[in-house]
Design a protein around this ligand. Structure first.
Ligand code: ADP
Length: 610
């Protein structure tokens, strides 16, 4: 992982942690809300299913009670007239109080030999078109004689021998044998016309009517049978009349004839467009309920529609998720802003600290330098003052002055003045180098000759210190250099070799090839520790104690700057206690134009080390 990304993650760890926690909490809250919604939906669905099934059961029970009541009408009289039946059914207010029922009728039980008399009787009662249908000889007949209300649909059923049709026959047999109301399986009612665009499935409920009190055995019942009170139902009209909540809008209902939901035995389906489905991820809510309808089992299948799930649910979930994400984002941004603010403050304070340290260090260096500089300047000044006082005293003495002593005093004065002027020159050079005002005056020179002449100037000093300085310059080395600056370089290196050379011989070597000149100053003195070798070329940098060796720590700094200004390089090879060799490489052609005009840097890049 890139280090920037790593440090970004580390810095914002708190913000990311808060985001993670926020996301987790949002996730948990969302899943909790979803589970809660799901449970509520399931409860709502179960309540709707329970309500729907109960309404249907109650309605069917009411029909059966009503049919049993109608049977009472027949049981109480030997003969029920058409008008009487009409008046009775009218009093029931069928369509208002029992929606879904197609009518109430009575089918008379006939033997073949009773058939003609029956038809004649009905003709005489005012229905001249009455006939028994379908035609044909059968051992028993149940002819529809009454069916109220006598609307167009119901009139079509008059005279229909329901026993001729196996499904109806089966229900009637059951009613006959049990003496109880019996519902038929699915039938197409004779009331359905060809014009009905969507013919509905139907069923009938039969209640047996006996002559006299109800017989105890099936055989006795068959012998005493007068007929059946019955009611035909159209399933669509029946279910629509129930109007339980959500029905047909959010919940679908399929009713099957039988104890199982078996294809091909549908009594009713509220679905128009294929199977009901639930949204992705939702378990489809479906529930089966079995009812007993006049001795026949019905299976009710309730299925939730998509609209059932969408009702008021997605809003809650969206609010929880949206709110959670918003709070998480805000938390993340706030913590990140806080962290960034703190980091910026820390960075600013660190920078402030660094600047303060730098400023303090600079002040310390300046103070040190001032005290060293004052000391360095005072030393030659004091001895100059002493010499002058000595000279003055000699002049005031009676008699002619001792010329030799005076000359020696004057020499010493001159040396101290030279030392002072060198010190001042060094300080000026540093100032010039810092401000980039160093100018070079290049001229053709022979390096060996310049070196010999310069070393010659150290003769007195070297002799006084008992040091032998040799110059080895086997071949002349010509180049274009600035004489004054070259002398400065040589002066600094040779005087350092004498100063730190412990009185041992100093060798100066001059070599050259076609491109560059090589100048080496080698002593056998105190040497330099490796950790100091790089630093001593810096401004005010020293590797010795000022108690043992005087100096401003500027000589090598200036030397390094001058060598670079001449387009060359300087390096040192040294070990503590084994002496040092300073090597200067100078291009023969002098520096490029750019180097001449270049600003001298305030701090040098580290020189090469060997
Ligand atoms: P100064 O001699 O005034 O201290 P320089 O810049 O000339 O300043 O030298 C910097 C430091 O380098 C010296 O203080 C000394 O520690 C070290 N140094 C320079 N030349 C030599 C040498 N020939 N042998 C050992 N140490 C040296």
């Amino acid at each position: 992982m890139p280090s920037r990304l790593l440090s970004h993650l580390r810095r914002n760890a708190a913000a990311y942690c808060a985001m993670l926690v926020g996301l987790l909490v949002t996730g948990f809250a969302a899943s909790y809300v979803q589970r809660d919604l799901r449970e509520r939906q399931e409860r709502r669905f179960e309540e709707a299913v329970h309500d729907g099934a109960e309404r249907l059961q109650q309605r069917l029970d009411t029909y059966q009670a009503m049919l049993l009541g109608t049977r009472g009408l027949f049981s109480s009289s030997q003969r029920v007239e058409r008008d009487e039946f009409h008046a009775y059914v009218e009093s029931l207010e069928l369509y208002r109080r029992y929606p879904g029922i197609q009518g109430i009728g009575f089918a008379q039980w006939l033997r073949p030999w009773e058939r003609q008399a029956h038809v004649d009787e009905v003709h005489a009662s005012g229905l001249p078109d009455y006939h028994l249908w379908p035609e044909g000889e059968r051992p028993e007949y149940t002819a529809v004689v009454f069916l109220e209300p006598m609307d167009e649909r119901n009139q079509r059923a008059l005279g229909f021998d329901m026993f001729s049709e196996p499904i109806r026959q089966q229900a009637m047999q059951r009613a006959l044998e049990t003496g109880l109301p019996a519902a038929s399986d699915r039938v197409r009612l004779v009331q359905e016309t060809e014009q009905d665009v969507r013919p509905q499935a139907g069923f009938l409920i039969y209640v047996p009517v006996y002559r006299g009190p109800e017989p105890a055995t099936p055989e006795a019942r068959r012998g005493a049978l007068r007929g059946f009170v019955y009611a035909p139902f159209r399933m669509g009209d029946l279910v629509r009349g129930l109007s339980f909540p959500g029905f047909g809008r959010t919940i679908d209902l399929d009713i099957y004839d039988g104890a199982e939901a078996r294809a091909g035995e549908e009594l009713y389906s509220s679905r128009q467009d294929g199977l009901a489905w639930a949204p992705r991820g939702q378990k489809n809510l479906r529930q089966e309920v079995t009812l007993s309808v006049a001795g026949a089992p019905w299976t009710l299948v309730f299925t939730a529609r998509p609209s059932f799930f969408s009702k008021g649910t997605s809003g809650q979930l969206a609010t929880v998720v949206g709110g959670g994400l918003l709070v998480t984002l805000l938390l993340f941004l706030i913590i990140r802003a806080e962290v960034n603010g703190r980091a910026a403050a820390e960075a600013a304070s660190a920078e402030q600290c660094r600047l303060t340290h730098e400023a303090q260090a600079a002040v310390r260096v300046r103070d040190e330098f001032l005290s060293v500089a004052a000391h360095e300047l005072r030393t030659p000044l004091t001895s100059l003052k002493l010499q002058l006082q000595l000279l003055y005293r000699q002049l005031r003495q009676p008699g002619p002055p001792d010329r030799t002593r005076m000359e020696r005093g004057m020499d010493s004065c001159e040396r101290q003045a030279t030392r002072l002027s060198q010190l001042v020159d060094s300080l000026l050079d540093v100032s010039r180098l810092s401000t980039g005002r160093l100018e070079l005056h290049l001229e053709p020179l022979e390096l060996g000759e310049v070196t010999r002449e310069l070393v010659h100037r150290f003769e007195t000093e070297a002799r006084a210190a008992g040091v032998e300085v040799t110059v080895d310059s086997p071949q002349p080395v010509h180049g274009r250099w600035d004489r004054l600056r070259l002398e400065q370089v040589l002066t600094n290196l040779v005087s350092n070799a004498l100063k730190y050379g412990r009185g041992a011989p100093v060798d100066v070597r001059v070599r050259g090839d076609e491109a560059q000149a090589v100048l080496e100053v080698m002593d056998r003195g105190i040497g330099i520790a490796p950790e100091d070798a790089r630093r001593i070329f810096g401004r005010f940098e020293r590797a010795v104690s000022s108690r043992h060796y005087g100096g401003l720590g500027l000589g090598l700094f200036i030397t390094h700057q001058l060598v670079e200004a001449l387009g060359g390089e300087i390096s040192v090879d040294s070990r503590p206690g084994e002496g040092s060799t300073f090597t200067v490489l100078l291009p023969l052609t002098g520096p490029g134009d750019a180097s001449q005009a270049r600003d001298a840097p305030s701090e040098p890049p580290p020189p090469t080390l060997h």
